[in-house]
Design a protein around this ligand. Structure first.
Ligand code: DGJ
Length: 728
């Protein structure tokens, strides 16, 4: 039984974890425990003290040790004496901002339900869930806390449905998806993933501030390059392979915020959800608001253990079932090969070369539609520029298929260029402030997808291409941050809803398209990894990880990404050297080793390669296909520590049956007369003997994990070593 309700004690159990909540004597819902599994009632942990300046609810005015400011809560609200971060800020018709939620009922659920209008961890008819209803009897608000348990992956999902049961209007100024109060034994450190365009998801591990809080997030309209909606809490002694860590990943692609702070005595609160700065939602009588889902996990096997939980849940329950097994196409993308400068002949030449090298697909990137020879015009006019191509898109696709390749196409549906027929016809379809000049990003504006008519326009434009043309893959891009988030279709008092309604519009459009073309592979993209989140992964099983294709930069970017997301979601290509972003030259072998830890492809013009390089690419492709089952389904381990200064980066993947492992090491700095690169392997079977395919050495799993493995000194710029260990 993964969920137990017993005398006000609510326990959710996964294979290795316990999550516990308790209703107290005045109906306050207390968070009791989240950690390693035990069968116990953990509420003995909670002690009370009169802490001064921490007031008491009226019914407890004689009992100064009872304060909502000091007790651990499950879904805290603002205005009623808890001075820590609230999860919910509601404003009643009379302007009051006080909200007091008390327990009303709890019931078990069977069968996973997706949050209305939003993506959710999939589950099935047997997935166990729990619904707890809290009520504020004064402003007549019902708050449904919804939990589901994914036992095997050690994951619990949370989301919240907020319902106006009264007659008046209630305004939500903040509606987080989750909150947890860690009482004694609270984590002391937090890892968040910040970044920028071309350097996404850099982990920063810092102490949790006491008295204040760390608030990270995005108000850019997308989950952003700058702050990923994923956060890890851990202890000071947690390493990659040992110790406690707790994760919270928001399944959402828009504005988000994660707030973490320790209170006056060091208890830690984590609140995560839609960013309140760009949010204000009116709830009329009988209306409901649904928050995005948060994916929570705990591991006592260090950060690698936590990552593996997230990798499994995303692989097994987030991405579309048809993309869980089987190979993804190895593709040649036209972007870094020719940017805006192509025609049908040059594309067919690319396809021909790609085929001889052993690839599966040619992807035609930006520049094929409307008036689009650079990035200043044409977005919104989604019909092929036949003059530029020299033929129709259908003919081009047929010719590419004739060369034995599949065909993929780039689109950026959520944008509109000022210089486009669409903007000339519908200026009110752009998100713009009626009284001001718009903020422009990459010479473009954002199309208002909170509107049904723009969604319908895009649906009609895209299906008119997809119905007529053989297209197996779409790259779905988004190339600016939002500003002037004002919808010309919403009244003044609903403008605070635009940003979230936009994301609901994106999800709805993707849903409609995938209903029509269930086998279409969509690769998400936002100037690289600006919308790399579990919300998009629900629709797009892979996401272009970064516009920075330099393999050495990618070591950091892909490592940071690996904390939350599995390799099978990470769009990763070999590009030309000198690299177009950094000017660096990295050996082709190393570029291959790095790109293979993702959905593989190339981003270069093969005609410019030497015969030797082409032969090496053929070998890389063969190796990728051979290693694909391990790469796609295996257990991933970061082998170099987050705070350790190394001259090399290393990671490994172990097959689920532990019979094979692929170990990768890339030197980021070669020194004369240096120490030997050294690794301690992980995840092997200690009882087995493993043979290294490359050297023929035979070493036991126990030795490789306890003693480790020493490599020869390396020479040259950025060399790499890949070793495939196979059980004897
Ligand atoms: C940004 C993407 O990340 C690139 O790969 C490329 O598709 C360009 N946009 C095209 O404009």
């Amino acid at each position: 039984m993964s969920i137990r309700i017993q005398d006000g004690l609510l326990s959710l159990e996964t294979k290795n974890t316990l999550y516990q909540i308790k209703v107290d004597e005045i109906g306050l819902l207390r968070h009791i425990y989240y950690g390693r599994k035990t069968k116990d009632d953990m509420s003995y942990l909670i002690r009370q003290a009169d802490r001064g300046f921490s007031g008491n609810p009226y019914s407890k005015k004689e009992e100064r040790r009872y304060s909502t400011d000091t007790l651990p809560q499950e879904y805290p609200t603002g205005g009623a004496g808890d001075y820590r971060t609230p999860a919910l800020m509601a404003e009643a018709g009379n302007g009051s901002r006080t909200c007091e939620l008390r327990f009303s009922e709890a019931r078990q659920l069977q069968g996973k339900k997706k949050p209305e209008g939003l993506p959710g961890v999939r589950g099935n008819k047997k997935t166990a869930g729990l619904e707890i209803i809290l009520r504020d009897e004064v402003c007549r608000l019902a708050v449904h806390l919804i939990y589901y348990v994914f036992e095997e992956q050690d994951v619990i999902t949370r989301s919240v449905l907020i319902e106006n049961e009264g007659d008046g209007t209630i305004v939500l100024n903040k509606a987080a998806s989750m909150s947890i109060d860690f009482f004694c034994g609270a984590p002391r450190e937090v890892i968040h993933f910040h970044g920028r365009h071309c350097m996404e998801r850099i982990p920063e591990r810092i102490s949790i501030p006491q008295g204040g809080k760390l608030a990270v997030g995005s108000t850019r309209g997308t989950s952003s390059h700058h702050s990923n909606p994923f956060i890890i809490l851990c202890n000071r002694n947690t390493t990659e392979n040992e110790g406690d860590s707790w994760g919270c990943m928001l399944m959402y692609s828009g504005n988000h915020q994660e707030e973490i702070g320790a209170d006056q005595t060091g208890n830690v609160r984590l609140v995560a959800g839609i960013h309140p700065d760009a949010f204000r939602w009116r709830l009329e009588k009988g209306e409901c608001f649904q928050t995005p889902e948060a994916i929570l996990s705990y591991s006592n096997n260090g950060l690698n253990g936590l990552s593996r939980n997230y990798h499994r849940i995303i692989r097994e329950e987030v991405i579309r079932p048809q993309w869980r097994q089987g190979e993804r196409p190895i593709l040649l993308n036209s972007w870094e090969a020719s940017y805006f400068d192509f025609d049908a002949n040059s594309l067919i030449n690319l396809a021909r070369e790609a085929k001889t090298l052993g690839m599966d697909m040619l992807v035609l990137d930006d520049g094929w539609f409307g008036k689009r020879d650079d990035d200043t015009s044409g977005l919104g006019d989604w019909s092929a520029n036949e003059k530029k191509l020299g033929c129709t898109l259908e003919e081009l696709s047929e010719q590419i298929h004739g060369e034995g390749l599949k065909f993929g196409l780039w689109v950026e549906p959520e944008m509109i260029s000022e210089d486009s027929d669409l903007y000339r016809a519908h200026p009110d379809w752009a998100l713009t402030d009626p009284e001001r000049q718009p903020v422009i990003g990459r010479s473009q504006m954002v199309l208002d997808l909170s509107r049904q008519d723009t969604q319908d326009y895009l649906y009609a434009s895209l299906i008119s291409i997809l119905d007529r043309t053989r297209i197996e893959y779409i790259k779905w891009d988004f190339n600016r941050s939002m500003a002037n988030v004002y919808s010309h279709a919403l009244p003044a008092d609903r403008q605070g809803e635009t940003a979230h309604r936009f994301i609901l519009g994106v999800y709805s459009l993707l849903e409609r398209l995938l209903d029509r073309y269930p086998d279409l592979l969509i690769e998400g993209c936002s100037g690289g990894g600006g919308r790399f989140d579990a919300g998009m992964l629900y629709y797009t099983p892979q996401i272009w990880c970064s516009d920075d294709t330099d393999a050495i930069e990618r070591l950091e970017i892909q490592r940071g990404t690996s904390y939350g997301y599995p390799l099978s979601t990470v769009g990763s290509h070999v590009s030309a050297c000198p690299n177009h972003q950094t000017g660096r030259t990295v050996p082709l072998k190393t570029r291959g080793v790095v790109a293979q830890s993702g959905t593989f492809g190339y981003e270069l013009n093969p005609a410019l390669l030497s015969g030797e390089e082409k032969a090496e690419i053929r070998d890389q492709i063969k190796a990728y296909r051979r290693f694909y089952p391990i790469l796609a389904q295996g257990d991933y381990y970061r082998l170099t520590e987050i705070r350790e200064e190394n001259d090399y980066a290393a990671w490994m993947i172990v097959s689920p049956d532990r019979r094979e492992a692929l170990v990768n090491l890339v030197m980021t700095h070669v020194r004369a007369n240096s120490r030997f690169p050294y690794l301690r392997l992980q995840g092997l079977d200690p009882e087995r003997l493993y043979r290294a395919e490359e050297t023929g050495e035979v070493v036991s799993g126990a030795a490789l994990m306890s003693g480790g493995y020493t490599y020869d000194q390396q020479n040259g710029d950025y060399p790499s070593i890949q070793m495939h260990w196979v059980s004897e």
